[in-house]
Design a protein around this ligand. Structure first.
Ligand code: NAP
Ligand code: MG
Length: 505
């Protein structure tokens, strides 16, 4: 693709990459899909095509799984000493940093997010988790366990556990943080000694392909350890989730597809971890630092255009400060500069696709019909071909409204006041959702903060902050927000099996 067609100033690396045919990466080689089929990737700011990618299907998935299986079973990866494995993962982190500008631009072009945000958050967080997991490669340990065995009196045993790689893993990732979701999945799987078949989202395959190209060019990974099959969910994702030679599937995306993954996995009872949707509450008490809470609650919903599984989409503010809070968030919403992500002055880019644009604008309309009052935004515009939805604040919402119940995955917050400071009542409203991913609590009263945090049924609770992530902090959901945790040492459980060994002394 000629960079001038894009009308943006992109680095040589990006224009070179876009000009090339995008193939599948199987067994250390770039190949076309067996069917020869392709799909188009668009720039969400214009709706124009920017790349063509190979559309993999079950045949390509089968080849990729066989390559990963061979690489795993031959010990090509697991036999590398763990300190060397750790160094390789660390070097992948360094390569991400070395190509930071290019990866940030690709992420912005593909997903629509501001290039400044991709450069400040997505890319450095991706290299950071590589380095964090590099350290774990040498620290995945078993234990020695004293045993008694009452039915063999007098016998002596030595028992210990080994934590071994689970094997071949299928990883299916979404479009909201394409590079970061790849890094979250790749880093722990590599550290644990697994081999991988990755299926990026159809909307945003570019940064995964470019990072794979960078890794391939570096020669760091033995062939077959990492395989990448781009393609559509039903054609490429479903056969990966169902494949009998895949030992584990890790998925991030919608709750609906998460349920399909669990069904597909039943054939060989492969292990499954799921990081799914959310409808996270932001709860502001009257004693909070209200200015900080306003800024925090606005960023909780507007960061990444609300396309975050942990977006603070249900805002509960005490009636004493409700008006001040909604006015403050509305003021922030109206001040956010919406535009193409590649424009460095843009603060909020387009939504990722027309499908998301239709979905989010549909929720705005249904919110109005159900009696919600728009106090900021409510505008959406695709006249230019881009999928722009303005940051929107709804007041007068209640738990029965569709836009309060369902995950919108857009920059739309539903505000409702609470009057009672009874923590049981507040927790019960906050927990009144099928999801359980995250929550934030804003108060100066540490006792209230900790008591309420304990009552919230979600995998993450932030106090006087929101969207604070670290490679060392486990992240994942209760209820329909998922199974298992990503990041931290906790994620290594997803990628390992535990073996108990007993020796009769
Ligand atoms: P999605 O369908 O769940 O997509 C996530 C990944 O799963 C993509 O790689 C997708 O491939 C793949 N996939 C789709 N159907 C599959 C199947 N039957 N078997 C295996 N893999 C399959 O999400 P979406 O349609 O892009 O977005 C819909 C909604 O999901 C959003 O509005 C939002 O509510 C939620 N979502 C949540 C997250 C999160 O981080 N929790 C992220 C993204 C979206 P394709 O790309 O080809 O469909
Ligand atoms: Mg795209």
């Amino acid at each position: 693709m000629d960079a001038t067609i894009l009308n943006y100033n992109v680095s040589d690396g990006v224009s070179n990459f876009l000009s090339k045919n995008k193939q599948l990466y199987i067994d250390g080689k770039w190949v076309d899909s067996k069917s020869g089929k392709t799909f188009e990737v668009e720039d969400p700011a214009t709706g124009k095509q920017i790349a063509t990618c190979a559309a993999g299907d079950s045949n390509d998935i089968d080849l990729a799984v066989k390559a990963a299986r061979k690489a795993f079973d031959s010990g090509k990866w697991t036999s590398i000493p763990t300190n060397e494995r750790g160094k390789i993962i660390w070097k992948i982190g360094d390569l991400i940093d070395k190509h930071a500008e290019e990866l940030a631009q690709l992420e912005s072009l593909d997903n629509g997010k501001p290039v400044t945000i991709a450069g400040a958050a997505d890319v450095p967080l991706s290299s950071d988790i590589m380095r964090y997991m590099a350290g774990w490669a040498t620290k995945i340990e078993g234990e020695t366990i004293p045993i008694s065995v009452p039915y063999t009196p007098g016998a002596q045993y030595h028992s210990y556990t080994l934590r071994e790689p689970v094997g071949v893993v299928g990883q299916i990732i979404p479009w909201n943080f394409p590079l970061l979701m790849m890094a979250w999945k790749l880093a722990p799987a590599l550290a644990a000694g697994c081999t991988i078949v990755l299926k990026p989202a159809e909307q945003t395959p570019l940064s995964a392909l470019r990072l794979t190209e960078i890794i391939n060019d570096s020669g760091l990974l033995p062939e077959g350890v990492l395989n990448v099959v781009t393609g559509l969910g039903e054609a490429a994702g479903a056969p990966l989730a169902a494949h009998p030679e895949v030992d584990k599937v890790a998925f991030t995306g919608s709750t609906e597809v998460g349920k399909l993954i669990t069904q597909a996995s039943a054939g060989n009872l492969k292990k499954v971890s799921l990081e799914l949707g959310g409808k996270s509450p932001t709860i502001i008490f009257p004693d909070a630092d209200v200015d900080a809470a306003i800024a925090g609650a606005a960023s909780a919903i507007f960061f990444n255009h609300g396309q975050c599984c942990c977006a603070g989409s249900r805002l509960f503010a005490h009636e004493k400060i409700f008006e001040k809070v909604t006015e403050g968030i509305s003021k922030i919403a109206e001040g956010i500069k919406v535009g193409p992500g590649m424009d460095t002055s843009t603060e909020m880019g387009p939504l990722v696709s027309d499908e998301q644009f239709q979905k989010v604008s549909g929720y705005i309309e249904s919110g109005k019909q159900e009696g919600g009052e728009i106090v900021a935004g409510g505008k959406y515009d695709n006249a230019s071909g881009g999928h722009f939805v303005h940051p929107t604040v709804f007041s007068k919402t209640n738990a029965d409204m569709t836009l309060v119940k369902e995950e919108i995955f857009g920059p739309v917050v539903c505000a409702q006041p609470f009057s009672d400071e009874n923590l049981e009542k507040i927790a019960s409203e906050a927990n009144n959702t099928n999801f359980g991913l995250a929550a934030s609590i804003w108060t100066k009263n540490i006792s209230v903060a900790h008591k309420l945090a304990a009552k919230i049924r979600s995998g993450t609770v932030w106090i006087n902050c929101h969207n604070i992530f670290d490679a060392s902090l486990p992240f994942g959901g209760y209820k329909e927000s998922g199974w298992g945790r990503e990041m931290g040492h906790e994620v290594l459980k997803n990628y390992t099996e535990l073996k108990a060994i007993t020796v009769n002394l």
